[in-house]
Design a protein around this ligand. Structure first.
Ligand SMILES: Cc1cc2nc3c(=O)[nH]c(=O)nc-3n(C[C@H](O)[C@H](O)[C@H](O)COP(=O)(O)O)c2cc1C
Length: 175
């Protein structure tokens, strides 16, 4: 099972649109996939203590551990991922161990394209995640209402899904 985590809490979210397109891509490759919307899982703030015991944290940690590969779809907020996603990673930390992780980002403008590097480095160095280097980064210009209108973005989503499957399969074959 592949996991897609959509972290925007907005009722109409462009990163969720990217996540849904990635879900279709993975399904068209014959893969099982679960799309999780963080807005459906209100989580406590990570306090480094009791928050780990929240049942939703355990549930999400189980899904992360069991995932064959993970795509993260996040809005870019203040030149980073959004805080619900950061909080999830704080809460579920070691469960990310050695996962293959790809990113789909929705941003307001083109200049924040390196904004995932902080969290990508943390996943890489803390938990030995394998970060897919070619990721998806889309701005408002690439959408019309709830549709992706940019062929390049569509293409990159397909590529991201393919490389997630390719690398995750190779990792399983040579553990
Ligand atoms: C609090 C806040 C901070 C933001 N910071 C940035 C930013 O640093 N760089 C950027 O390009 N866009 C920024 N944006 C714009 C969002 O990334 C953009 O609206 C995106 O579509 C949000 O994703 P969503 O539609 O999935 O929620 C910010 C938006 C908000 C609400």
């Amino acid at each position: 099972m592949y996991l897609i985590i959509a972290s925007s809490l907005k009722s109409t979210s462009r990163s969720l649109i990217l996540a849904e397109a990635a879900e279709r891509s993975l399904k068209s490759l014959g893969r099982e996939v679960e799309l999780i919307k963080l807005r459906d899982y209100p989580l406590p703030f990570c306090d480094g203590e009791t928050a780990y015991g929240d049942p939703r944290v355990s549930l999400l940690a189980e899904k992360i551990v069991a995932a064959e590969g993970i795509l993260i779809a996040s809005p870019i907020y203040n030149y980073s991922i959004n805080s619900p996603l950061k909080n999830l990673i704080e809460l579920t930390g070691r469960n990310w161990q050695e996962k293959v992780v790809g990113f789909l980002c929705a941003a307001g403008g083109a200049s924040s394209y390196m904004a995932i590097m902080g969290i990508a480095s943390s996943l890489m160095l803390d938990f030995r995640c394998l970060i897919l280097p070619k990721f998806v980064y889309a701005t408002g210009n690439h959408f019309e209402e709830d549709r992706i209108t940019d062929e390049g973005v569509e293409q990159r989503i397909t590529e991201l899904a393919r490389s997630l499957v390719r690398i995750s399969t190779a990792m399983r074959e040579y553990p």
